[in-house]
Design a protein around this ligand. Structure first.
Ligand code: ADP
Ligand code: MG
Length: 650
């Protein structure tokens, strides 16, 4: 809830009655953030300057765009630039731009609140650690301006919005409050004056300033000037758009720096894709694949952040259709010569040229990823861990790229250990007579590799792919097959594993479990008895070749919803059909054999019914499901234990 501004007359109230200062309170999140900034121990405080220059550059981009339709906005001063100056006596550092500027409402909204989502996540991250990397993450969360308070005890902003008469002076010491007063001396654009703390006076040193600008801002397509007393303004950067240079003329440092700027991410990109397309239509794209997950990667909006320029004028970073959702981790720019400059952003979105550019980019990006996967599989694994789950969305969304994406996909499996394998790897390692790609859906953290359904595959040395990303539940039903091998879930339908030999079949006669001979008909009687007892709690009860160690497991019937998928839907409060499951029992297990024997000798009994319920409950527990009736489970288990222990004593 915004507090009503408190009116107070400025001390030197020589101007008109309207020059009253309004005091505002920062939004609670901003106050928290500012406390962190003020008390920060971050090593890389330099980044405050990077953030202010980035803001100035954005402001100039916005003005350039607005001036397309209203050229009068830049009247008299169309040389857009950023000027930095230091005053050692006053201990102030000033960053001035002649961009779009802000009016009163914009000042309140932009420099008093945090509009973007993810603030909570950011505050948490900042609080948990004080490493330099974390300070570096500021830009990603859209809170760059507030970084000023890492070095300044007070910040003044003098600003006037292009095309408006009135200018404003924003002022704050960063502690809970800021004030705004009309100030018509403010020029178009924004002038940020930082009153540096004594300990931060180093930032007034021109050598230091030059160093920071060349480290972080050399690529900015706008002159950044240093104004020193009694000297001519000195331009510190190259000032030409990086992407217009020939690929061979861009150094790795320049790429890294530009990546930090456009991606708002620290570190170096995992891959760079620089396209300069000529011919039927011309465009340039300078795109990067990050080496880490941006914090909002899984936002429901699935927005990409690639910035669209037309003839070097920044248009928008929300151009739907420029980059598809399954490549939304890409960062960078696309600059197109052939798009019209004078139409609205919305109209631009529907320009057919955009779809063509997008198609070209997708092809190029995929082929670059394929090359990297081939050249350096280890590094590709790291990429896959970051963005594989996003890339897989393309398998069901973009059928034109399905085959390529399936080849790029990597999985853990029963036999792969910590390594990742491809579908091609899996198929080439299939057993004799194996005609399907077996997979198990589940949760990596919940120990997917301990699932009882895997036992029969383990015994026969048949590999099973682990599908641990929620997105797998969406593409698998649409994918049908890979190199003519259908995908088959091992928790669904019947498993005809009997056609494969178990690895240790020959020497298994000495096995303790095979001592008692149980005929098939005895087992059938047990199954019939369990079925009768459980009634419509289960869809069916079957003997299974899936199990070697566990006595029971649950599977979904052919055509029913996969059990893991149902669990995911429940977790996300989605409506669930609640399919009945099939209880499979292990005919080779000592327990089921003893039970079969008992049924054969004595027929049904209360103890056997209890056993049937306990077997079913056990299968549910193995699936990680909650028992619908824990009290009965506990009563039956206690009864059974008591009986066993009494028997033991006799
Ligand atoms: P971000 O730049 O990610 O939006 P910041 O905290 O750096 O977050 O800035 C907040 C907002 O304040 C900007 O989005 C912009 O609207 C406004 N702003 C900051 N600096 C300037 C400036 N020099 N000129 C005009 N507007 C600015
Ligand atoms: Mg910013």
């Amino acid at each position: 809830m915004g507090k009503a501004p408190v009116e107070e007359t400025t001390s030197e109230s020589t101007k008109s009655a309207s020059s009253k200062s309004q005091t505002h309170e920062f939004q609670a999140e901003v106050s928290k953030l500012l406390d962190l900034m003020i008390n920060s121990l971050y090593k890389e405080k330099d980044i405050f300057l990077r953030e202010l220059i980035a803001n100035a550059s954005d402001a100039c981009d916005k003005l350039r765009y607005a001036a397309i339709t209203k050229p009068e906005l830049t009247d008299g001063d169309s040389n857009l630039k950023v000027v930095i100056s230091a005053d050692k006596d006053a201990r102030t550092l000033t960053i001035q731009d002649n961009g779009i500027g802000m009016n009163q409402d914009e000042l309140v909204a932009n420099l008093g609140t945090i509009a973007r989502s993810g603030t909570e996540a950011f505050l948490k991250l900042m609080k948990e650690s004080d490493s330099e990397t974390d300070a570096n993450l500021i830009g990603q969360f859209g809170v760059g301006f507030y970084a000023s308070f890492m070095v300044a005890s007070k910040v003044d902003v003098f600003t006037r919005h292009a095309g408006e008469e009135t200018g404003w002076h924003w002022e704050s010491k960063g502690r809970g409050k800021f004030s705004i007063v009309e100030d018509n001396t403010a020029k178009r654009g924004a002038k940020i004056v930082l009153h540096l703390r004594k300990a931060e006076a180093d930032f007034l040193d021109s050598v230091r300033i030059r160093h920071i600008v060349s480290t972080y801002s050399d690529h900015i397509a706008l002159p950044i000037q240093l104004l020193e007393d009694g000297k001519e303004p000195e331009t510190l950067n190259e000032g030409s758009a990086l992407w217009t240079r020939l690929p061979s003329q861009i150094t790795e440092e320049q790429h890294n720096e530009f990546y930090n700027h456009v991606a708002h991410l620290p570190g170096n990109p995992w891959a760079t894709v620089h396209v300069q397309a000529e011919g039927r239509f011309e465009y340039t794209a300078l795109l990067y694949i990050p080496d880490m997950r941006p914090f909002d990667l899984f936002d429901p909006a699935r927005q990409h952040r690639v910035r669209l320029y037309v003839k070097r004028v920044f248009i928008t970073d929300e151009c739907e259709g420029l980059v598809p959702g399954f490549l939304r981790f890409m960062r960078g720019i696309v600059d197109c010569t052939d798009l019209p400059l004078n139409v609205s952003r919305e109209t631009l979105q529907h320009n057919p040229l955009l779809a063509k550019i997008s198609a070209g980019l997708v092809k190029r990006i995929l082929s670059d990823i394929e090359k990297k996967a081939k050249k350096n599989p280890e590094s590709y694994e790291a990429f896959w861990e970051n963005f594989g789950a996003v890339l897989k969305e393309g398998i069901y969304e973009q059928s034109d790229h399905r085959d390529r994406l399936m080849k790029l996909a990597r999985f853990r499996s029963l036999n792969s250990g910590e390594k990742l394998i491809s579908l091609e790897d899996y198929v080439s390692g299939m057993a004799d007579g194996q005609d399907a790609i077996y997979y198990l859906s589940g949760d990596a953290e919940a120990g997917i590799n301990k699932s009882p359904q895997l036992e029969g595959f383990k015994a026969r040395d048949i590999d099973v792919l682990f599908m641990t990303d929620p997105v797998d539940q969406f593409w698998l039903p649409t994918a049908a097959d890979f190199s003519d091998k259908p995908f088959r879930s091992i928790t669904q339908g019947s498993a005809d594993l009997d056609k494969f030999e178990t690895a240790n079949e020959e020497d298994s006669d000495g096995d303790a479990l095979t001592e008692v001979q149980t005929s098939e008909s005895d087992m059938d009687k047990l199954i019939a008895m369990i079925k009768l007892t459980l009634g419509d709690e289960v869809k069916d009860v079957r003997s299974s070749s899936r199990l070697t160690e566990s006595p029971v497991c649950l599977v979904a019937d052919e055509g029913d919803v996969d059990m893991h998928f149902e669990k995911l839907l429940r977790q996300h409060q989605q409506p669930v059909m609640g399919h009945k499951r099939v209880l499979e029992i292990n005919p080779g297990h000592a327990l089921t054999r003893a039970l079969a024997d008992l049924v054969n000798r004595e027929g049904a009994s209360e103890a056997l019914e209890d056993a049937a319920h306990l077997l079913f409950d056990q299968a549910r527990i193995l699936e990680g499901e909650a028992l619908p009736d824990p009290a009965s489970f506990s009563r039956r288990l206690a009864g059974l234990l008591a009986k066993t222990l009494v028997l033991d004593k006799r």
